[in-house]
Design a protein around this ligand. Sequence first.
Ligand code: F3S
Length: 567
Amino acid sequence: MLSGERGGAVRRAMEIVVTLGRIYDAQRLLPIQSVQVAGVSYRNLGEAGLEFLRDWAREGARACVSATLNPAGMDMNNWRRMGVSERFARKQMDVLEAYSSMGIQRTCTCTPYLSGNVPKFGQHVAWSESSAVSYANSVLGARTNREGGPGALAAAITGRTADYGLHLDENRRATHRVEVRCPVRRPYEFAALGYLVGREIGKGAPWFVGLELSPIDADPVRAPDGPEARTRDVLKLMGAALASSGAVGLYHVEGVTPEACAVPDVSPKDVPTLTIESLEPAMAALRTRAPVQSIDLVAIGCPHASLDELRQVAEGLRGAHLSSDLWVTVARSVRDQAKALGLVEIIEDAGGLVIADTCVVVAPMHEIGYRSVATNSAKLAAYALPHAGLQVRFGSLERCLSAAVDGHWDTVGETPMACPGQVATTMGLVPTSEASTKMPLTLRGRVIVEGHVSGLALVSTEPIGFLGGVDPDTGLVIEREHVLEGQSVAGRILVFPFGKGSTVGSYTIYRLGKAGLAPRAIINLEAEPVVAVGALIAGVPMIDKVDICRLRTGMHVVVHGEVIRCE
Ligand code: F3S
């Protein structure tokens, strides 16, 4: 494949797979059972991403294993009633056309495991979509790294992934023990807990103790409903949040998740302990600061809702008349099942929409015209302002449904806003400051993408999630309360510990490159596949394994292969 005997498209795909293997010292390639491909909404891909996919399709790329697609930017059958423009719809169709010609199934959901793509315990897969990665590893016991969108596509075309990271036993052991000492019972509280822990640990595999949940079988087919199904729904929300505030692709819950129950080796020994006494820091961080008079939209289904979650929404809305718009976002196959059961009719009679194929984060919300959203998803709450420009309120499903009926968010019992520093960081790195020393400094690292460039450093002590964290059209950091918020990455030597958040971030880096707004180079403590693949396809020089604590914003930095000279 690498020699080009099977064509240029396969060679290009294998180059990505092999580069990742080289970065992470993989000893071999693994055959994979399935692929979940993220990077589908035209909103996130832009023209640059669409052309990237078309090029690959034109070269004859074709998936050789079962491959499913993440949500697109609209409901394919009902985009007009969402308020999506003709222009956007045409471009979105072009994206799907490119994927279809590569043999990727148009499932358009972030919950492929609710639509028949259910990897078995121990199976190797190559999934992008951070919430689905978390679910596959933690709830199903399958094995996948956090593939960036183009990395997953490369795996689909080659049928291989490199054997590193979460494919290996030693990397599936818990890295942190999380003792939960406050009540966590309702689904949105699990989501808040995930957000808090992801933000605290950044990356790793947390081991939760003290959560009251029913143990789950790794095979959901054996217990499609009842308490096990409810536990899986709760873990779906928690895992999505863990993967949005951090780069967490695997967690264990003592006595609950399959590996925690069946594999003695994964339990923690001598790992740091994080104690959670209160969820309030997450609750406060997950609502935006601006006053919200009325709620324009209530959004349920991030990740896409299960049949049981749809049932709860329908029960809560039977006979109601909504004042706000309501979207319940789902996989098309789940919508079809809900329709057959009469659930869609109940929700739509009340004035809500059950929308397939898309979600609030990937739809073109700027052209649809909403200003505020209420949700029970911590992942959506974290992305809504920076990525969709929406003011946010976060709370239980019941409170969200009541906001949809009343048209406003009831603030009774809500504590005041947290100060920005209330959620402590454990990174332990020095704060960003302008360069204070003139002493020349030479550092060495490991080359991820070879390059020879120079420029001024822009240093972040916090991880960066490119999708929703950096605006691909301006190069500005837009993540709320990020240490670099408001600063431009364009033309800078961008220094940060590692990537986090969405696996579509690779395409954001690619778009920055096409717009002339990419960083001149990226320097990391530890390369993460999403950023590594983004740098590779955008041609941005990248080095990791660098002692980034010694770098300061404003230093003049020369990157020369593995050597970094600073003054
Ligand atoms: Fe899925 Fe969209 Fe949420 S892709 S996880 S519903 S942000």
